[in-house]
Design a protein. Structure first.
Length: 393
């Protein structure tokens, strides 16, 4: 096993709970970075050659590796079984719910194994491999998982790292038909387990949809921007919204969104689906004099179309300003981002600056639900930031 000497600074950070390894963490051997092992387990030693941690190196979108143990642990079947057993124990109450059967079983560094996520979609699971090393351990990981979760009927993998040959594939057990129906907060959603990287719903937004259902949507006209498959809109409709408008640039979004409404037997006469860029829709709605009581803004962190490039950190304020122009007095904005490199304090500051000429109140804030465990020592691991803002005009 390759041994790598690290700085005292990194040693202290690892002892304090740091798991994600970055290029700059190895500044002491900067000239040797190109020769670091790739997709391999390594031992990290301090300046006195004393063992510090077991890790693996494998490049992914936010780092070059992960610490997985503060002991001399091999990346083994037994270690994986122990991690899965602990994860299952921590989520025991989720398995007892009658109104929800889709949630996260294992989440990355929150469950002490960065680069891996496992999500339950009723009786099936999806593994997300975030780097090549984790993907290469597929057989070992699946064997350990099945030992702990024998009740799962089948599994699929999403290869979420650069250079993967396939985006999605079936990897064990039964294969599911094209549409897999899940239950969340008593609402049915149609999911697609083997159709690219997307499944039709983002399970980490469950609690926000729950609050729409039980509180915020009733008797309101709702605009859902970047709506994808209109999961927020369905929750709003089931929660008593007078009407919903779902806006997304992807043409396929209409078909998938309608399917969710029809699955829950919702009359479509008060629900619209618009294929349009959000900023173009702002112009359209302004021309038509359209107004809304609740506007949901949940953009991708980064997006590109033929006309412009969108970045959460650069362009979110424009989204808020556009929403304010369409918002009725005492209306509500739900502002969401999952950008890992955008700290919650900076996001909130931006929202305040956008609202400086308005009277407003922050009603609630949502972070990742408890099934999406995060590492409290790695702030960006709790990537979800959702503010509910009441604007009084």
């Amino acid at each position: 096993m390759t041994k790598i000497r690290i700085t005292e600074k990194l040693k202290k950070q690892i002892i304090a709970g740091k798991q994600l390894l970055l290029t700059q963490d190895f500044s002491n051997i900067a000239k040797q970075l190109d020769t670091l092992p790739d997709n391999q387990v390594v031992e990290l030693l301090d300046t006195k050659d004393t063992f510090v941690a077991s890790a693996y190196l494998s490049a992914q979108n936010k780092g070059i590796g992960w610490v997985y143990s503060n002991k001399k642990d091999s990346f083994s079947y037994q270690l994986l079984v122990e991690r899965f057993e602990r994860a299952k124990e921590l989520r025991a109450h989720y398995f007892k719910q009658s109104l929800t059967n889709a949630f996260c079983l294992f989440n990355d560094e929150g469950d002490c194994l960065g680069g891996l996520r496992v999500e339950l979609y009723h009786e099936f699971v999806i593994f997300s491999w975030y780097n090549a090393f984790i993907a290469q351990q597929q057989d070992l990981i699946v064997a350990a998982f099945q030992a702990v979760f024998p009740e799962i009927k089948g599994g699929y993998a999403k290869n979420r790292f650069k250079g993967a040959n396939l985006e999605s594939e079936h990897i064990f057990g039964e294969m599911h038909p094209n549409v897999n129906i899940i239950l969340e907060n008593g609402i049915q959603y149609a999911t697609h387990l083997n159709d690219g990287l997307m499944t039709g719903i983002f399970l980490d937004q469950r609690e926000v949809r729950g609050r729409l259902l039980e509180h915020y949507a009733r008797d309101r006209r709702v605009l859902n921007l970047f709506s994808y498959t209109a999961a927020f809109s369905v929750a709003a409709a089931m929660g008593g919204a007078l009407e919903t408008t779902s806006v997304d640039l992807a043409k396929r979004s209409v078909e998938l969104s309608r399917a969710h409404f029809e699955l829950n037997q919702i009359d479509l006469s008060h629900h619209r689906f618009v294929v349009m860029d959000t900023f173009e829709y702002y112009k359209y709605a302004s021309r038509k004099g359209l107004k809304y009581d609740l506007i949901i803004i949940d953009p991708p962190s980064f997006a590109r179309n033929k006309r412009k490039v969108f970045s959460v950190q650069k362009n979110y304020r424009d989204l808020i300003e556009g929403a304010l122009s369409l918002l009725n007095p005492n209306g509500v904005i739900i502002a969401s981002t999952n950008a890992q490199n955008y700290p919650i304090a900076d996001f909130k500051k931006m929202l305040k600056n956008s609202l400086v000429n308005h009277q407003y109140e922050f009603k609630e804030v949502f972070r990742l639900p408890s099934d999406y465990r995060s590492n409290p020592k790695q702030i960006d691991s709790n990537y979800l930031k959702v503010f509910v803002i009441e604007v009084k005009k």
